[in-house]
Design a protein around this ligand. Structure first.
Ligand SMILES: Cc1cc2nc3c(=O)[nH]c(=O)nc-3n(C[C@H](O)[C@H](O)[C@H](O)COP(=O)(O)OP(=O)(O)OC[C@H]3O[C@@H](n4cnc5c(N)ncnc54)[C@H](O)[C@@H]3O)c2cc1C
Ligand code: FES
Length: 281
C-alpha cells in the first residue's frame, strides 16, 4: 500500500514480550511489531512522542514512549486506571495487541545542543522524561551539564530504579532523588522535589539551560514557581500536556486547548506556550 493510501487509523499488530512491575499499579510492557519493517520505521521516533495502543475489542489509548530511539528494546510504562489499561495488564507474553504512531512533536533535542539539560520529574512524570535522559546520555558530548531531580511519594514509588542507580553513579550526570515519606531503608533526601534545589552542594543550572518539568499538577505549579524565582526563562522550561485523545492525528478535535491540538502541536510545549494557551495546570 502506498503512503498516500495508508489508513492513518490502522493499528499495526504487535506482540507482548515481557512485563516488569515498576511501582504499585504501574508496569513496563516490552513489545515489538510483528513486521520487522514496521519496527524499523517506528524506531525513528523522537523523545517525547507518543503512540496509540489498541486492545482488540476493548479500545485505544495514548501512551508516551519512555525508551530512547537509540535503545534496542521498545516498551511502554503504563498505570492501570481503566478499561484499556486493565486489558493491557491482563495480556500474557506472546499475546497480541496493536500500536499506531509515533505521534506528536516530541522534544527538539538537537535544538538544545550546547546547553545544560535539567530534568525535574515527579512520580510517573518520569515516563516521558526517561526517553530524553537516555537520549541525552547517548549524545553526551553535545550537552553541557545534565541534572536530574526526581521525587516520589515513597521509595517504593520511584520508577526505573536500575536506571536511577546508574545515573546516580554516572560521572556525566548529577542525579538527586527525594521522597515525601521515607521508609526505614531510605537514607536520601526527604521532601518535595523542589526541596532538592536548595540542598547544600546543589547548584541548579539556570543560565543556558533547558529545564524539562513533568509531574502531577501540584508539583508542576510549585516547581515552576521555584524555577522562575531562580531566574529560569519561561521559554526555556518545557513540559508535556495530557488531554483526552481519540484520533491522535489532528482530525477529531478531542484534544484541543484554545488554538492548539495537543496531539499534533504537542504534547511538548514550552511554559511560555502553555501560558499563552491559557492552560491552567
Ligand atoms: C500524550 C499522552 C501520553 C500518555 N502517556 C501515558 C503513559 O506513558 N502511561 C500511562 O499510564 N498513561 C499515559 N497517558 C494517560 C492514558 O492515556 C490514560 O490514562 C488512558 O485514558 C487510560 O485508558 P483506560 O481505558 O485504561 O482508562 P479510562 O477508562 O479512559 O479512564 C480511567 C480514569 O482515568 C481518567 N482519565 C483518563 N484519561 C485521562 C486524561 N487524559 N486526563 C485526566 N483523566 C483521565 C478517566 O476520567 C477515568 O477516571 C497518556 C496520555 C496522553 C494524552
Ligand atoms: S486527538 Fe483528535 S485532534 Fe487530537
Amino acid at each position: 500500500m502506498s503512503a498516500a493510501t495508508q489508513n492513518v487509523y490502522l493499528p499495526k499488530p504487535a506482540v507482548l514480550e515481557r512485563v516488569v512491575a515498576e511501582i504499585p499499579e504501574v508496569k513496563t510492557f516490552y513489545w515489538h511489531f510483528e513486521d520487522d519493517r514496521e519496527q524499523q520505521e517506528f524506531h525513528k521516533f523522537r523523545p517525547g512522542q507518543f503512540a496509540q495502543i489498541s486492545l482488540f475489542g476493548v479500545g485505544e489509548f495514548p501512551a508516551s514512549l519512555p525508551s530512547s530511539p537509540g535503545e534496542e528494546e521498545t516498551f511502554f510504562t503504563i498505570r492501570k486506571v481503566g478499561t484499556c489499561t486493565q486489558a493491557l495488564d491482563e495480556l500474557q507474553p506472546g499475546q497480541k495487541f496493536a500500536v499506531r504512531g509515533p505521534y506528536g512533536n516530541g522534544f527538539p533535542m538537537e535544538d538544545y545542543y550546547g546547553r545544560n539539560l535539567v530534568f525535574v520529574a515527579g512520580g510517573i512524570g518520569m515516563i516521558p522524561l526517561r526517553s530524553c535522559i537516555v537520549y541525552a546520555l547517548q549524545h553526551r558530548k553535545y550537552y553541557d551539564r545534565i541534572q536530574i531531580f526526581y521525587g516520589a511519594k515513597a521509595p517504593r514509588e520511584l520508577m526505573y530504579m536500575p536506571n536511577l542507580r546508574e545515573w546516580e553513579h554516572s560521572a556525566g550526570v548529577e542525579c538527586y532523588l527525594t521522597v515525601d515519606r521515607p521508609d526505614a531503608s531510605w537514607t536520601g533526601n526527604v521532601g518535595v522535589v523542589g526541596s532538592l534545589f536548595s540542598k547544600p552542594g546543589v547548584s541548579l543550572a539556570v543560565d543556558n539551560s533547558t529545564v524539562f518539568v513533568c509531574g502531577p499538577p501540584v508539583m508542576f505549579r510549585f516547581v515552576i514557581r521555584d524555577l522562575l524565582a531562580m531566574g529560569c526563562e519561561e521559554k526555556n522550561i518545557v513540559s508535556t500536556l495530557e488531554r483526552y485523545m481519540k484520533c491522535g492525528v489532528g482530525k477529531c478535535g478531542h484534544c484541543c486547548i484554545g488554538v492548539a491540538y495537543v496531539c499534533v502541536d504537542g504534547p511538548v510545549f514550552t511554559y511560555q506556550q502553555i501560558k499563552k494557551l491559557g492552560e491552567e495546570i
